[in-house]
Design a protein around this ligand. Structure first.
Ligand SMILES: [Fe+2]
Ligand SMILES: [Fe+2]
Length: 353
């Protein structure tokens, strides 16, 4: 994967350091505009709404954080792997994470902490109360081929490394919740058959749509709201103190997957997608109906019984997943309503293999 184009002073500085051999540098302030961002704008008047692809500081910060995290996954061409644990990068990442945790806190109200045995019911109530717009209903019935391709470009940022961020949780668990997470992840990784890995199924979807299926090919094409979806998983996965939120996040993912994936498959069929291109979505209709039960009861329920003080964190992680999905859907549908691209860099939209 190539480093993308910088989006502001933070990524400008970070990328300039990363292409050199690992060394110490003074990490820049994580908010280059000198104060907290808000939907109404930062101190400089810079618009900070993550749904506005033209905004400055949040785009810059989300991309900087994404690149810091990506050093723990596949890394970048021309960036030394030893940067992964470089103290200057970690110091910058910590500043970015503090900013991002505040960003989340302003957007995601903390649900009340349920009793441990009530966690499955509380998760179900949280999902049932979610009233965000339905991207899957739109793409099933009305979206055109260009919009479906854009949707897949956005999703490729996570789905080409599907399941990896939640895998960080495995060594942080013991007993029943650990076995449950491993059971889910084993399916995500194809149960020993590489061609059945969900990331590989998604590559087939991308090829079917004439898109570049190589890892991270569209990193420079997606806006901050798409990057935030991946960043929240890495934030929760890479910090032990967020492990309960990581489990709640995965549970919300699995609980809100089966029906939308059926609709995505129907939409793709309407647009002429063949069985190979649709297989990723078809696979998730069945698989995630099962994963939902494992995640809610065997993983979150059992973890709550082990850690009664952390039930609020489980719910908060689920709420973060739901909120980011809503912001993502609002961004895409809002841009399409205006007849505009939902991508950060529209010229990349038509890049094909
Ligand atoms: Fe999956
Ligand atoms: Fe799943």
């Amino acid at each position: 994967m190539q480093l993308p184009a910088p989006r502001g002073p933070l990524t400008d500085r970070l990328f300039a350091e990363l292409v050199r051999p690992p060394h110490a540098f003074d990490p820049p302030p994580a908010d280059p505009y000198g104060g907290p961002c808000s939907p109404s704008g930062g101190p400089s008047g810079d618009p900070c709404d993550p749904c506005d692809g033209s905004s400055g500081s949040e785009e810059d910060a989300q991309l900087a954080l994404f690149v810091c995290y990506e050093l723990h996954y596949q890394g970048f061409d021309g960036v030394d792997d030893r940067w992964e644990w470089n103290p200057s990068v970690l110091a910058l990442r910590e500043r970015l994470e503090t900013w991002f945790e505040g960003w989340l806190a302003r957007r995601v109200p903390r649900p009340p902490a349920p009793q441990p045995r009530e966690v499955p019911r509380a998760l179900a109530a949280l999902v049932a109360a979610d009233d965000g717009p339905s991207l899957s209903a739109y793409l099933r019935g009305r979206g055109d081929a260009a919009q479906f391709r854009e949707f897949v470009v956005h999703r490729s940022i996570y789905q080409l490394k599907e399941a990896d961020p939640h895998t960080w949780g495995i060594p942080r668990l013991l007993g029943r919740p650990k076995a449950a997470l491993v059971e889910i992840q084993s399916d995500e990784y194809g149960g020993g058959r590489p061609e059945r890995m969900h990331a590989e199924l998604f590559r087939a979807t991308m090829r079917g749509l004439g898109l570049d299926d190589s890892y991270g090919a569209y990193l420079g094409s997606v806006p901050g709201v798409t990057l935030a979806i991946s960043n929240v998983m890495s934030l929760f996965g890479l910090h032990r103190h967020h492990r309960a939120a990581l489990l709640g996040h995965l549970a919300a993912f699995e609980m809100t997957s089966s029906l939308p994936n059926r609709r995505y498959s129907q939409g793709l069929r309407r647009l002429g997608g063949d069985a190979g291109a649709r297989r990723y979505y078809d696979e998730h209709v069945q698989a995630d109906a099962v994963h939902e039960q494992i995640a809610v009861h065997d993983m979150c329920g059992a973890f709550a019984a082990q850690h009664p003080a952390m039930t609020g964190d489980i719910l908060y992680g689920a709420a973060c997943a739901l909120t980011l999905d809503r912001l993502f859907a609002e961004h895409l549908l809002g841009r399409w309503r205006e007849g505009r691209t939902s991508l950060w860099r529209a010229d990349a939209e038509v890049t094909t293999r």
